[in-house]
Design a protein around this ligand. Structure first.
Ligand code: NDP
Length: 614
């Protein structure tokens, strides 16, 4: 194995990806599997670089002084560039003395050497604008949605501009004096291996309270689910009315477990059907993109058809209600077994396939947060499958079972208005998620979090059994609401849904295709990674508008249950805590990814979720 050339902490010159510019960087770590150095630029941006893209400071300085000599070839190329609008270039027809010109040239050299990384990024990203503006660092000029920029690999012009700037100020070594074509192909090479996250190294910052916190959560999460379900079964579900513990043998029934397995594998069969398009996920740390089949909505339609057939043949869906606790226990047992399997298999996974956030080296922590990022059996992606299918579709099936149970138990010809609202709102949410399944590929769950106990339990137990709490509550605690109240709650849900959907779509469309003409009116801040941060539209309103919409909807789901008990409000209370915590995690990741640009974004958009509040 080749030994590394640069040590951790060493200050070196790192090549800015896709360009021939070198900047002072500090080596923070080295991945000896991928042979990549993680380096930190002065603006806080961290990138993974190959050894060939790093130079010692001394060699760089030497080359730099060499390069300031004006070789004939350079002079000629300089002449041929004289009509370009490079920064600081004298206006046409203006003459200077040789000394003035030299002085000016020195000034320019100094200016560009001192230019912050953010400005260099602007050079890279904004080829078509007047460079003088860029050097002045006028913020507005950086925030126009200029569709000619952003995707580095797609554009030739930035390279020409960089080349011009570089040649003019001799900021590169001769070795890098390559033909434009070569620079383009290098850029493509970089993009192919460009990491979306930092190349996985050991997770240093532990979340969720570290080892102790995650250890406790492994017990606390299941305990919370069972407590909530036991409470909901009581006639008086007040907080102080602690439910008695059920007999252990009443919690398990093999038949129920069999039905659960049948459900899980039926969904797996639907997932494997060769219907629906196949799309690529975001690039992984090794540059690879995984393929995902988008057929969640078809799976939902097939499930609905299968349910229709069962109901037609008088199948009692109430079975779900009657054995609700046993189903929850079955799902929990299954998710635990799945998590153990996931952890064991992750021990054999290559380093580059481990999750950025779940590679601490501590068993409990990695078991909880998920050690492997995208565990797959062949092309069957376990995390992607569990995220939206068995649990999410299961949630609406449970809601339907509750609706039928309510009618049966209370001898109703029609479900209650409250039950209809809860079922419809949540059905809309699930259908929306399945319809927009592709959007999940850019979420934190897919791109950052590994697949471990947290997501396995969350997807298979928490979502179907806790999110259906309102419907479960309404079966045992009928609540009457008037039509005007129902209308007001419906409006609230629609407002929440509108914010949630349009914010998510805006960001997803922007991430997938920043040049989309539909987004031409939006402004953004360019970042060192080549991706922009929207500062107008929903993402200029608050920093997580999609969370705001989600929370408003959560409230609308609880309100039909009236105000007799706090239990049906558990979801909205928990959800606010979850999203506030999630928002903080995301901000932390974004700050690491985008450095100064993220700080500028935060200055521009000061509120995180709730405008003027938080
Ligand atoms: P988000 O969809 O909010 O994505 C966050 C990412 O968006 C950031 O990491 C960053 O990633 C990008 N981003 C941030 N700011 C900007 C900006 N100004 N311009 C462009 N891109 C930006 O993440 P989540 O995965 O947390 O949420 C997805 C949806 O799922 C949300 O609607 C949420 O409410 C919902 N959700 C629902 C849950 C439930 O249980 N019902 C649980 C969790 C989430 P990058 O720059 O790398 O693209």
């Amino acid at each position: 194995m080749p030994s590394r050339k640069f040590a951790d902490g060493e200050v070196v010159m790192g090549r800015w990806p896709g360009s021939v510019l070198y900047y002072e960087v500090q080596v923070t770590s080295y991945d000896d599997v991928a042979h990549l150095y993680t380096v930190k630029y002065k603006d806080g941006t961290e990138l993974a670089l190959k050894e060939s893209d790093i130079r010692s400071q001394s060699s760089f300085k030497h080359r730099k002084s060499q390069s300031s000599s004006s070789s004939p070839s350079r002079r000629s190329s300089s002449r041929s560039r004289s009509r370009s609008r490079s920064p600081g270039r004298p206006a046409k027809g203006r003459r200077r003395s040789a000394s003035q010109s030299r002085e000016h040239k020195d000034d320019k050299k100094k200016t560009i050497q001192e230019t912050s990384l953010a400005l260099v990024v602007l050079i890279l990203l904004k080829p078509s604008e007047n460079n003088t503006k860029r050097y002045n660092g006028e913020p507005e000029s950086t925030e126009k949605n200029d569709t000619s920029c952003i995707i580095l690999e797609q554009k030739l012009k930035p390279d020409l501009e960089i080349k011009r700037v570089l040649e003019q100020y001799s900021l590169r070594s001769r070795k890098d004096d390559k033909k434009t074509e070569e620079i383009f192909s290098e850029r493509k090479t970089f993009v192919a291996v460009k990491p979306i996250e930092k190349v996985p190294s050991k997770t240093k910052e532990l979340e969720f309270g570290g080892r102790i916190g995650t250890f406790m959560m492994i017990f606390l999460l299941p305990a919370t689910v069972f407590y909530l379900l036991l409470m909901c079964k009581q006639d008086d579900p007040s907080l102080l009315n602690v439910p008695p513990l059920p007999a252990l043998e009443s919690l398990w029934e093999w038949r129920v477990f069999g039905v659960f397995l049948l459900w899980f594998f039926l969904q797996a069969v639907f997932y494997l059907l060769p219907i629906g398009k196949v799309v690529e996920g975001l690039p992984l740390s090794n540059g690879r993109r995984l393929q995902y089949r988008i057929n969640g909505f078809y799976a939902f339609i097939l499930t609905a058809a299968a349910l229709g057939v069962l109901l037609y043949f008088q199948f009692e869906l109430r079975y779900l209600y009657d054995h609700f606790m046993q189903f929850a226990v079955s799902a929990a047992a299954f998710s635990l077994a799945l998590s153990i399997y996931l952890y064991v298999r992750s021990l054999k996974a290559p380093e580059e396939e481990l999750a950025p956030g779940g590679n601490s080296g501590y068993f409990i922590y990695d078991f909880f947060t998920g050690h492997e990022l995208n565990p797959r059996i062949g092309s069957f992606d376990l995390k992607y499958f569990c995220e939206l299918r068995p649990g999410l579709i299961g949630w609406v099936v449970i809601n339907l079972a509750m609706l039928l149970a309510e009618m049966k138990i209370h001898n109703l010809t029609m479900p209650s208005l409250s039950m209809i609202l809860v079922n419809s709102f949540q059905l809309l949410y699930v259908v929306d998620a399945l319809w927009n399944e592709e959007a999940i590929l850019t979420t934190m769950d897919i791109t950052h979090d590994g697949f471990g106990f947290m997501l396995a339990f969350g997807d298979l137990v928490w979502v179907p059994f806790v999110y259906s709490l309102q419907a479960f509550y309404l079966v045992g605690h009928p609540t009457t609401i008037t039509w005007p109240v129902a209308a007001a709650i419906t409006v609230l849900n629609c407002v929440g849904y509108y914010i949630f959907r349009s914010a998510n779509s805006q960001k997803n469309n922007f991430r997938r295709n920043p040049a989309d003409p539909k987004l031409a009116n939006l402004k953004f801040i360019p970042t060192a990674t080549g991706k922009g941060l929207l500062v107008t539209g929903w993402w200029g309103f608050v920093r997580h508008p999609n969370y705001l919409g989600d929370i408003i909807m959560a409230l609308a789901w609880s309100l039909p249950c009236g105000f007799n008990h706090i239990l049906p409000y558990f979801y909205v209370i928990y959800f606010i805590c979850l999203l506030v915590h999630r928002e903080a995690r995301d901000e932390h990741h974004c700050k690491q990814k985008y450095g100064l640009a993220w700080e500028r974004y935060c200055q521009r958009v000061p509120y995180r979720i709730f405008p003027y509040i938080y």
